[in-house]
Design a protein around this ligand. Sequence first.
Ligand code: PLP
Length: 372
Amino acid sequence: MIYADNAATTKLDPDALEAAMPFLLDEYGNASQPYLFAKSAKEAIADARKTIAACIGAKPEEIYFTSGGTESDNWAIKGSAFSDKKKRTTITSEIEHHAILNACAAIERHGFPVTYLPVTDEGVVQPKKLETYITDRTRLVSIMMANNEIGTIEPIAELVKITHEHGALFHTDAVQAVGHIPIDVKKLGVDMLSASAHKFGGMKGSGFLYIRNGVSLSPFADGGSQEHGRRAGTENVAAIVAMAVALKKNCDRMEETTQKLRKLSRIFIEALTAVGIDYRLNGSSNHLPGNVNISIRGAEGEMLLHRMDLKGICISTGSACDSVNTRSSHVIEAIHVPEEYAEGTIRVTFGAENTEQEAVTIAESLIDILKK
Ligand code: PLP
């Protein structure tokens, strides 16, 4: 089997698993309990918070553990709207993940207006467009750091500057970016940032929301006093510990991994070009390493995915969350991929474990299917 769908999820890092194991079998105390048996769980959570904060330039108390990207996004969007009695506007983009788009649809149903910014044909949210739509009645701007389908990295620092000039807050869904590109929340100036552990070698069902000190956001879950009383619930110690180990490892070897992933992408693309496949490469040149999203003229993405599956190769059409939906994804529509190419869109996302030979095999298998 060749796994090349690392934007959908990644394999759990073995070091992360090893670090997590004691908290499942031996030191399983509830971190909120005062006795000694719970001390190591409490300390492990504190250490993980410090490690994760250091990886993104935050302070430990600004990291709030959640159940993953979807929860973090929902918290940022709904928590922000519901803590605003004036019902001010939220601004987002047309190409966000459904965790953001559907959370926005939910606040709209409660009477909170949402503006959806269009993007360029490379999937870039232009600061000029934000400047046109932002007003003094905007409460929150939420723009993803990197798109999960086409890999475009957004101009976050510029967007933050405009947002703050208008007195609004800025949230970024950085689920595809954390652990894959350098991030410093203080330099970027973001007020909130969502991350998900299973996108960088951690466990599924764990993640975090960075909330800058001083940001007013209603709690996600009411209950116990965990996460400063803003996200109640007994902590998933093992997953939190695993997330910190995986993130630190990714950050420590980011430069090396980036070079490798860019090379794998090049090998794959060049193989298609060499035999004259008529395709368009989607996304901007400022791009997530390892993400290759192409639209092949006259092809059918769903058919390609299933034929590749029969050859033991996992890739994606559009985004994994859309895999039951046969029409073009909202992202492919938003970047205006011409009709004759749009349906033939596939996404290959390489990970650090993929080899050059695998990149060649994926390309050869795809070419073989297309020729047939
Ligand atoms: N945001 C983006 C950009 C994503 O790619 C994903 C997952 O694919 C999510 C949010 C949801 O994250 P999770 O799977 O942790 O709920």
